[in-house]
Design a protein around this ligand. Structure first.
Ligand SMILES: NC(=O)c1ccc[n+]([C@@H]2O[C@H](COP(=O)([O-])OP(=O)(O)OC[C@H]3O[C@@H](n4cnc5c(N)ncnc54)[C@H](OP(=O)(O)O)[C@@H]3O)[C@@H](O)[C@H]2O)c1
Length: 387
């Protein structure tokens, strides 16, 4: 499709290009070569895929977290003009490169915070998938975005749904938002059943194919907890205005209730391509060939309340949000550490909420934290003896 000169080509920086969101972002970009140019790419350790992406999209810079990987990439890309950077410094340099005015943050975990700050300081708009950034550094990020006058467009499907429902609306007329949750692979399980679940079972999400960390977060419902805090920050709401409802079909991506009782929802098949494309083309909407909802085959849309006694992570996230300050950052760090250990098969599924709860009990909250306070809290929690 040609928009007849309506749009200038957007220069993008993509952080986390080799992951689930990163690769889906490049699939959207690939469809619109006349409208998107990839200025820079960053990834963690996947040398092979980053090399392929660099050859295909021809960015000026790329960065890899690991030094050895970056050395290897430099050798492999000797015949090109692509500059290969590495580590935290490389990520910072890429996020603030003047060559682009949009950053897609598809990094996983707390590692996404500093590059987001770097990009905001340079006045870049952000298409944000990395929810941990807002959970850990929410106020700081939103204040910086306001100060620099930049736009943050959510990619997370629930937040994209809310953002889409709010287009053309006065945000002060919202009475509450309803975040939908699939319930994950263990919906309906008792605590006794949860005590026996395996890593392989937890990695089998019923509706979405995603990176490993978010897949485990979805199984514990911490993903929904992180999303509650993400929504609180992004839309400036009180926690009691955010409700979670389990909707196993994942067709309704979330809803907004307004002060007159009217409810708007955004629906679609579960495919992250839709919110990714919306974020890249915002404030317009472009055509796509993503699968459509087949209403003839959609017999029912059902809803139930989440079981916060068996899935304690969701309750803990609400508690962290109520306490505020550095508590969400401490909770997030404990969750990341616990999920790492679970993925390494070193702890059980129910150890995850236990570790988070113990961390939260011990944590001494700092109110109105600076970036260095948040970084210190994250490091201290990761360094604490867990096993
Ligand atoms: N996947 C989804 O459908 C989905 C939906 C909604 C929201 N989200 C959110 O989007 C974010 C990304 O999720 P994902 O599922 O795409 O994760 P993922 O598949 O694990 O991908 C993470 C990406 O970050 C890179 N990375 C990790 N550590 C890095 C570091 N220190 N420096 C540079 N790059 C690093 C990885 O590189 P390597 O692979 O090369 O190591 C990879 O490219 C998460 O915050 C998640 O909660 C995801």
């Amino acid at each position: 499709m040609d928009f007849g000169g309506k749009y200038n080509r957007k220069n993008l920086i993509l952080l986390g290009s080799t992951g689930s969101i990163g690769t889906q972002t490049l699939s959207v970009v690939e469809k619109w070569p006349q409208y998107f140019k990839v200025a820079a790419l960053a990834a963690g350790s996947n040398v092979k895929l980053l090399e392929e992406q660099a050859r295909k999209f021809k960015p000026g810079f790329i960065s890899l977290a690991q030094k050895e990987g970056a050395e290897e990439l430099r050798k492999r890309l000797r015949d090109t003009s692509v500059k290969v950077l590495c580590g935290e410094e490389g990520l910072w340099e890429i996020a603030s490169t003047p060559e682009a005015d949009w950053v897609v943050n598809a990094l996983v975990g707390f590692d996404g915070l500093k590059p987001t700050v770097a990009a905001l300081q340079e006045g870049k708009n952000i298409a944000l998938a990395n929810k941990e950034t807002l959970v850990a550094g929410g106020e700081l990020i939103m204040n910086l975005a306001e100060e620099k006058g930049v736009t943050i467009v959510p990619i997370d499907s629930e937040h994209s749904a809310i953002f889409q429902c709010l287009q053309g609306e006065n945000w002060e007329r919202v009475s509450k938002i309803v975040l939908t949750a699939s319930g994950g692979p263990f919906r309906g399980c008792t605590l006794k059943e949860l005590s026996k679940v395996t890593l392989a079972q937890a990695l089998e999400h019923p509706n979405w194919v995603m990176g490993k960390k978010i897949t485990i977060d979805s199984a514990t419902l911490m993903n929904k907890g992180l999303e509650v805090l993400e929504a609180q920050i992004l839309f400036g709401l009180d926690l009691d205005q955010i409700e979670v409802v389990v909707h196993p079909q994942s067709i309704i991506h979330s809803m907004v209730e307004f002060i007159d009782g009217s409810v708007k929802a955004q629906l679609g098949v579960p495919d992250m391509g839709v919110p990714i494309q919306f974020a890249l083309t915002y404030p317009d909407r472009w055509p796509s060939s993503f699968e459509r909802v087949n209403w003839r085959e959609t017999e029912r849309l059902s809803f139930e309340m989440p079981d916060m006694d068996s899935f304690r992570c969701l309750k803990l996230a609400y508690e962290a949000g109520k306490i505020g300050g550095t508590m969400p950052a401490a909770m997030n760090a404990a969750n990341e550490r616990a999920v790492e250990l679970f993925l390494a098969d070193r702890i059980s599924f129910l150890d995850i909420p236990r570790i988070i709860e113990e961390t939260m009990h011990k944590h001494k909250v700092i109110s109105c934290p600076s970036l260095s306070d948040i970084i210190d809290v994250d490091r201290e929690v990761r360094e604490q003896k867990i096993l």
